[in-house]
Design a protein around this ligand. Structure first.
Ligand SMILES: [Zn+2]
Length: 283
């Protein structure tokens, strides 16, 4: 294993796992930011795609194993894998095994949202829940949107990743900010879509935030670095301006879901807003 990075916050252990690498169009990943700027931060390949990773998070506290995000859809076949240049050099399962866990040991799954690169392994090859002993936490808004998509968001939702969970009654549907365990809460982060949620861990006087696609990689820290994929860019900007200063002030560790190089980061003040510097845990 080369990716596993672990941090200890008070009684909690947080491990960044990976479900492999993929690539997306650099222009789509940086919205209205000119290529002349973003290409200096992350070099595109010959097809203008930039390298990304899928980085689920394992949070262990109070005897509970909590998995934030379940990785990349893996039943799309060769065409799907080629389109997104998926490389499963390591997987969610090799990572769990490396820390001595099996899918049966997961008590709680948090789906930040139901896009296929965030909840791809909610179900297994047989279409059954991958984590049979877990409740899967999702925002009501997100489940509703996934169940009745429109033309602009339909491609992001693959019913096989969430319908079996829905039909088995394993979703724990929450509305707004909700404490799941002492010190562990979900908080709505709309903008990328309406029903996205982040995860806030507070333990031993420290804070860690799994920020989902509010900030997909560390280079997306400046306020204006929204994605072309964001359905509500102005809302996204407002949510960033509300939370980034609070997280910076708290010295929070941020876990972005798609950074190709670093599992965690921390905000530093910049001319207009913030940049984010990498933080690496123990390996
Ligand atoms: Zn994503």
């Amino acid at each position: 294993m080369t990716w596993l990075h672990t941090l200890t916050l008070g009684d909690a252990r947080v491990t960044s796992l990976t479900d492999g690498q993929f690539r997306l169009d650099g222009g789509a990943m940086f919205g209205v930011v000119p290529k002349a700027l973003w290409a200096n931060l992350t070099a595109p390949d010959e097809d203008n795609r930039i390298p990304l990773r899928i980085n689920p998070l394992l949070i262990q506290l109070g005897g509970q194993n909590v998995l934030v995000e379940t990785g990349m859809w893996d039943r799309g076949g060769e065409k799907f894998d080629a389109m997104y240049a998926v490389e499963r050099d390591e997987t969610l399962f090799t990572g769990l095994r490396a820390v001595g866990l099996t899918p049966n040991d997961i008590h709680l799954v948090i789906n930040t949202h139901l896009h296929f690169d965030h909840c791809g392994r909610n179900t297994d090859a047989l279409g059954q829940p991958t984590f049979p002993n877990a409740r899967y936490v999702v925002q009501r808004q997100e489940l509703e949107d996934a169940l009745s998509p429109h033309d602009r968001n339909r491609a992001s939702y693959i019913p096989d990743t969430f319908m079996p969970i829905h039909e088995a009654g394993l979703f724990e549907v929450v509305d707004g900010e909700t404490e799941l365990l002492p010190g562990l809460s979900v908080v709505p982060l709309p903008g990328h879509n309406l029903g996205q949620q982040g995860v806030v861990l507070q333990s031993g006087g420290r804070m860690l935030v799994a920020c989902a696609d509010l900030m997909p990689t560390l280079v997306h820290a400046p306020y204006a670095y929204n994605m072309g994929y964001d359905l509500y860019p102005v809302t996204n900007l407002e949510v960033r301006k509300r939370y980034f200063p609070a997280w910076a002030e708290a010295g929070a560790i941020i876990a972005p879901p798609h950074d190709p190089h670093a599992p965690f980061g921390r905000f530093e003040s910049a001319k207009r807003g913030y940049t984010a510097v990498p933080v690496f845990g123990e390996q």
